[in-house]
Design a protein. Sequence first.
Lengths: 117, 286
Amino acid sequence: MSELTQDYLDRLDRVQPKNLPGDLDLFDEETATRGIRLNKAAYSLKDEAQRTLFLKDEERWMAQFELADEEKELVRKRDWIGLWRHGLSIYVMVKLSGVTDTPLPEIGKQMRESGGK
Amino acid sequence: MARVIGGIGASHAPSMEHVYDAGDEVREAEEWQPLFGPFQEVAKWLEELQPDRLVVIYNDHMDEFFLNAYPTFALGVADTYRIADEGFGARPFPPLPGDAKLGWHVARSLVADEFDPTICQELEVDHGVISPLPMVDFAEGEGGWKIPIVPLAVNVILHPLPTPRRCWKLGQALRRAILSYPEDLGVVVVGTGGLSHQLTGPRFGAVQEEWDREFMRIMVEEPESLCELTHEELILRGGTESVEVVNWLAMRGALPADARPVVEAYYPHRIMGYGLQAYAVNGATS
C-alpha cells in the first residue's frame, strides 16, 4: 500500500473528525461496520410483529439475526454501554429501549458512568 | 412564480412529542412554556402569513432510511407522507399532505444544480418532521394538517456527512428551485434539529447554552460564516448529535440575507438546548 496522498488528506480534513476526545464519539466507518448486526436486529423493532415476538420469546427474536454470542449477552443484560461500545447507534438503541421499557434517563445514567468507549 | 416568504428553524426531539401529546395542560405548564409559548407565536405568525407550502429540511433517525442504503440527501416527491413507526407505534396523526409536482420540480432543479438527492415517491417521516410541525401546522379535531409539505432529508448521522458549506449551498439551490416554480405559491422553508445535545458517552445530557445562543446570533447576522466550521468543530461546541444544525444552515441559505427573526426563543432544558427562530422575508407580508 502506498501512503495517503496530501490532496486526499486535505479533503479528509473537511469531513473526518480526527481530534475528538475519547468521550465524544462518532457513528462512522468503524462503528457502522462493528455494529451492523446489532443495528439490523434493533432496527427490526420498528415493526410491531417483531416487537411482539421480542416480548414473547426474546431468544427466538435474536435468532433471526446473525448476532455474536457476546452481542446476544449484551441484549439479555440490557447493557446499554456495552451495546453502544459494540456499535449500536443511539437512534436504533431507542427502539430496543422502547420495547424493553427502559427510560432514556436510565441509559443516560449508564452513559455518564461509563467513562467513555 | 413561487416565492420564499419566510423561514423557520426549530429543534426536533421526542420530548417535544411527549409534551404535545400529553395535551393542553402539559403544553401550557410552566415547565414547557418557554418553548411551547414561542411555538404558539410562530403558529400565529404562520396563520397570518398563509404560506401555500412548507419545504422541511430535516434528518431521519433510522426510521425511514437504514444502514443498508443511507442517502446523503433525500427528497420527497409524493402527495402524501405517512408517519413513521419509530419503535413505539406511529403517533396518531393522519398522513401529511405533500406536493408531488413541486417535489419533482425541486428534484430537477437541484440535480441541474449538481445536487443529487435520492428521489422518494414514498417516504415515512419521523420526529425530525413531526415533533415541531404539529405545533405550527396542525388543527386538532376536523382540521388536520394545514399546509402541504416537501420533505428534504440530510444525513447527519452516518459519517462522512455533507459539509456545512454543502448544506448552505443546498439551501441556495433550493431557493433557486422554488423561485423558478411557475405556480404562484408562497413557500416557507423549515430547518429542524439541534441545538446542543449529546446522547452518547459520559457527556450524555450535556447542554452548551453559550454556544447555542451564539449559534442563533450567527444564523441571523452572518450565517455563511458557519460554513467555515467543520463537523469536528460543531461537535466540540455542541455535542455529537448537535451537527443537526446544518439543517438550519440549509434553511437560512434559502432565505435572503436580510431576513430577520420575528419570533426567537432559546430554552436549555434537561438534555437539550431547544432553539426556535421564525424569519420574516422583506416584502412577503401583506
